[in-house]
Design a binder for this molecule. Structure first.
Ligand code: UDP
Length: 325
């Protein structure tokens, strides 16, 4: 089979850059488009010298689709701020990239007759009242709260993807990504794992929002990438949860990271963030059945690798790790 031409929006981001790596390593031609509002050149620096890789620094919102003459085989729409402090800081950008941006990327896929994948999120379930969350749960989302720019942006994104599939028969896929971590997260992106690691490395207190009994389920990046790649190979158009079903409280995560780093820290309890989901855990039966996929990397193993990565990069300036609005 000939090598494919693949377009990845958000390809300089944490997840996108790993996806670029995978497809380039398989001998495909990859075009990465990113406006670097949360992505970083350092994530793709090693790919810039590859002939099969092309980086375009641009906002997909302002892309002129008529100027695109290439015939892409696959189109991935990953571009979006994804950490709460990032989308609190970039509310309109977040709404636009998931609405107008998704439409642009769908138009490209339609024009090329390409396979299309939209990266949605567990945030579409909001603060879920059922656990674990199955794909047929419609969620408990506050449409006007501070998180709504992301939650509703992604919900609109899912809706327009399904509309393009139903109306134009575009070969679409939707994945709902649960908390993912690993190499190339920004140490200052404000999410709980980079925050705790950066605080431990600098000897600062661990900041916990609320009582720390809220739960999350953390998936290591290589597991997620395997799931995304498999998703592109099947013919299924409804959402599929991708995440690790092992659930931890934030207090347990704080304990585990102290053990792994060998550093003890005091815990500073801060007010809970507004609408912060109290529990989150994927039901991955659909992914298991359709993709024959499940995560294989245990949290402790993945955190050790992530810690090694963070120890190898410079620590960003102080104050940059605050997860508050
Ligand atoms: N959190 C925390 N301290 C931090 C950062 C996050 O207690 O320094 C909590 C946050 O309130 C949430 C959970 O950890 O309950 C996961 O937050 P994160 O920002 O990583 O992602 P989310 O799952 O909320 O999108």
């Amino acid at each position: 089979m000939r090598n494919k031409l693949i377009l990845i929006s958000g390809g300089a981001g944490f997840i996108g850059s790993h996806l670029c790596d995978y497809y380039v390593s398989e001998g495909n031609n990859v075009w990465c488009i990113d406006n670097l509002c949360t992505g970083r050149i350092s994530n793709i620096e090693h790919l810039l010298k590859e002939q099969k890789f092309k980086f375009i620094e641009a906002d997909i919102i302002s892309l002129d689709i008529n100027s695109i003459k290439e015939h892409f085989d696959m189109v991935f729409h990953l571009a979006s701020p994804a950490s709460p402090p990032d989308y609190f800081r970039l509310p309109l950008e977040t709404l636009k990239v998931n609405s107008l941006g998704t439409e642009k990327m769908l138009e490209i896929a339609r024009k090329c007759n390409a396979k299309f994948l939209f990266s949605s999120t567990s945030e579409v379930y909001g603060d879920p009242l059922v656990s674990p969350q199955k794909e047929d749960y419609w969620g408990n989302v506050n449409p006007v709260g501070p998180r709504s720019v992301y939650d509703e942006g992604k919900r609109y994104g899912e809706a327009i993807v399904m509309a393009y599939h139903r109306k134009y028969r575009v070969d679409t896929r939707i994945i709902r990504i649960f908390n993912t971590y690993g190499e190339r997260m920004r140490l200052d992106d404000g999410r709980v794992i980079p925050n705790f690691i950066s605080q431990l490395l600098q000897g600062n207190p661990l900041t916990i929002y609320g009582d720390g009994r809220q739960t999350r389920s953390f998936c290591y990046i290589s597991d997620l990438i395997n799931g995304i790649v498999k998703m592109m190979e099947i013919d299924f158009h409804f959402p599929v949860n991708l995440g690790n079903p092992e659930e931890f409280t934030i207090l347990q995560l704080a304990e585990l990271l102290q053990k792994i780093t060998g550093k003890k820290a005091i815990i500073q309890f801060l007010p809970a963030l507004e609408d912060d989901p109290k529990q989150r855990r994927p039901d991955i039966s659909r992914a298991k059945q359709l993709l024959n996929w499940q995560p294989v990397v245990q949290l402790e193993e993945g955190l050790r690798k992530t810690l090694k990565y963070f120890q190898s990069i410079p620590i960003p300036s102080p104050g940059a790790d605050k997860g508050v609005k």
